[in-house]
Design a protein around this ligand. Sequence first.
Ligand code: 13P
Length: 249
Amino acid sequence: MALRKLVAGNWKMHGVSADLAEIAAIADASRRYLGVDVALCVPAILIERAARAAPGFAIGGQDVHHAERGAHTGCTSSQMLLDAGARLTIVGHSERRDAQRESDSDVKAKSTAALSCGLAVILCVGERLEVREQGAAVPTVLAQLDGALPERSASGAELAIAYEPVWAIGTGKIPTTAEIAEMHAAIRAKLVERYGDGGAGIRILYGGSVKGSNAAEIFAVDNVDGALVGGASLKASDFIPIVEAAAGV
Ligand code: 13P
């Protein structure tokens, strides 16, 4: 079953007021591709202005705290993201798993809380290079999913999984299409095991060095239902060709 593709940009720690015009340009250009869902996940402090600069366009956060409120200095709740105008959030990005020592159970708590609040979730998984070299990439990613998938059942509109091999992020290296196909098929089987028929409708994005020049090849792989894009999402001129590839233009 071919799912409607989702192309989401992760701006990471990039973006100030001067970049709002770029967000508006990406939103405007994306409207031409009616068959593709497009979103930008921006720094929390930029969400409200980004949502105003791009009315009707999906703006998201890059992380969320699992608690509704409380003594959590510097953190952002799901309700705060929604209130600022976000419709979705990334959870479990490898940069946070590394730098903030987030575990699968932390990611599960975040994804469960965000979904309960009405935010859509992009849940990231992915192996390190040494794990791939040991031939353990698939079981490692499936174990991450076992630990991090939300408790409640989720539909395709609410939850997407992003497979982002850590060694492919920001490096210009990407797995072979056979490696992507193997991993995405394994993730699909896990989602169906976990959520039954609903698991067939959950989108599985690929992330890691996606560019306009390689997007069409990646999108042609079975069970690749979109992309999570870092560096190439910062400029409309780099990002829109990826959206175009998703639209099959
Ligand atoms: P790059 O597209 O810059 O490799 O980043 C991928 C990523 O981490 C998206 O979340």
